[in-house]
Design a protein around this ligand. Sequence first.
Ligand code: CAA
Length: 684
Amino acid sequence: MSEVLATRVVGNVGIIEIDSPPVNALSTAVRTAVIEGLRIHNADDAVAAIVLLCAGRTFFAGADIAEFDDLPIKQPDFDALMAAAESSAKPVVAAIHGTALGGGFELALACHYRVAVPSAKFGLPEVHLGILPGAGGTQRLPRLIGAAPALEMILSGKPVSAAKAAESGLIDQVVEEGKLEEAALAFAQNVVADGAALVKVRDKAVQGTVADLEPVKARHKRQFKGFKAPGHIVQAVEAAITLPFEQGLAREKELFGELLVSRESAAQRHVFFAQRQTAKVPDIGKDVPILPIRKVGVIGAGTMGGGITMNFLQAGIPVTLVEMKQEALDRGIATIRKNYERTAAKGRMTAEQVEQLMGLITPVLSMDELADVDLVIEAVFEEISIKRDIFGKLDGICRDGAILASNTSFLDLNEIAAATKSPEWVVGLHFFSPANVMPLLEVVRGAKTSREVIATVMKLAGTIKKTPVLAGVCHGFIANRIMEHLIVQSQQMALEGVPLRKIDQVMNDYGFAMGPISMLDLIGLDVLIHGAEGRTLMGDFVDAGRRGQKTGKGFYDYDADRKSALSDEAARIIADFAAYANVPQDPDQSDEQIMKRLLYPVVNEGAKCLEEGIALRASDIDVAAILGYNWPVFTGGPMFWGDTIGAKALLEGLEALEPRYGADFAPSALVRTLAAEGGRFTDR
Ligand code: CAA
């Protein structure tokens, strides 16, 4: 018997138990084991019904995603697995706990009955991997719950609870938590007592028409742009409605096959694993202690400090919020309250929850009140002298062993740490604005930051629902450092006379929801020029009162609905600055040239981050760009995308642009090496 399979017989019921940690993914070995279990029990005359269950934390969480990189899928494939369950001569009861996802959920649908504990969840998340449920899910689910609800579930990729699943007929019974095996046995015995009917989802008629799918498609319309899977999913569900079951299955298989080899899916699978890698730091093993973070101090109640505070409140961690002046403190607290009240007004929180969260804040006017916190995060002005002053004082206020963190986005963390007596307790926690929304947390490791501190904050990121990416000390760390090129080049092209709309459009076509010029207006030009010296284009905009979307005008004009329009005044400011800076005019650049100027330096800078050890791995850079700057997921992030172009083509592109556009395009040593050796960034 295989290592992952255990079979036993209890009364007249045969149990198949699969144990393949961590999530019982349906690898070739697991598929083989399930089929073998079914064969064993079908051959045993003492067995009248079969229960299929999993050991460990969950029922099958889907196909083994790593196997999709090695096509074709090995035998026995998913068709063979589903057929073995569905055509079993004895009824098969899927007994579900944890998360029955993707192929795991589809296997449950191919069984004759399904029971689950209340905490179980069911979902088809394949859309997030750029594929579709390719093991009969698009054909069986519509037969069980109706075509439109099935499409909704498959397009959203969101799991549903056991209660919801029972209500919609996805499962036959919810059983007592912790008693899954006994309850499934009893269920199976009842099935036998009632005549052992083999209920096959394939035999049911689909409720609903192709027209019923329209509202679901409309609801998910934004998902279709750039992603290939949603369109294929619709076609597969349509096939369930219009074709007999077997033909529908064949159509599903065909569509699944197309997606599996698509670049979009390869990119999304890369991102799936990349996001699970970031918290792993090579020199920090499980032996490094994680310090408890029971209470946090945040210095600065502005937009950033307030947003940071909210993360901890939502995780149930009390925050002492420090401001220097009562008025600023009141304003900060009021903004947090307003945010929560807005959420409550939308019905996503109760008034009582708002009060509970607000009750976790202790507003104070002095840093002296931070003596008892486990972690302080400073979120004040980006000014090294102010930050050094604060850290110097914290040293004397906080207890020994409290972590001192700076939210600096550009400054030298080592210089800040040097203002303290214990630089090993200092770390960078760089949140992205709005800090309560954006999922990225860059953890900046200073030259002396201790391993305990890194281990603790990497773990803490998960507690506050952020994905941590570790960065070394440099100007801008990872996300800001690489993306700065996009900002610089977009302005440079504006000065060369390239129409603003065109610059934005090229990036929209690439997949960004917002083009770089619109993004500058959204961030605020006054924020962006902070610290800049001499006359700058954005400085001229700010001087003219055009600070961006918040003032109704920046590079574009904005109406009350934030719809943008071209502005004569903005055009004049750009032309004046171009004349002042002697920028040669070249307004007719091709889309391809614009794309290369905006994105090649980003990949090149990512390569420099790798070379310098600022980023641990290329996939971390991808995660930082995707989660910090909404880089389109279906491209896999800048480094994965760089690999799809190839280092050689990238090098040629950079070399062609460098003579005219300067140092931003000077190829990094790593790009040169990979171009010469034929290697990939994402192997680093
Ligand atoms: N294949 C391979 N590895 C998987 C996996 C899968 N389906 N699901 C999870 N893992 C791995 C993770 O990479 C991770 O590995 P490391 O510990 O080495 O990093 C480990 O299992 C634990 O995963 P998480 O850290 O994500 O654990 P969690 O407890 O936070 O979440 C989960 C568990 C909800 C199952 C989550 O892992 C998840 O959503 N997995 C993906 C589920 C999925 O997309 N299934 C559909 C697969 S495609 C398919 O099935 C196609 C088809 O139609 C046949």
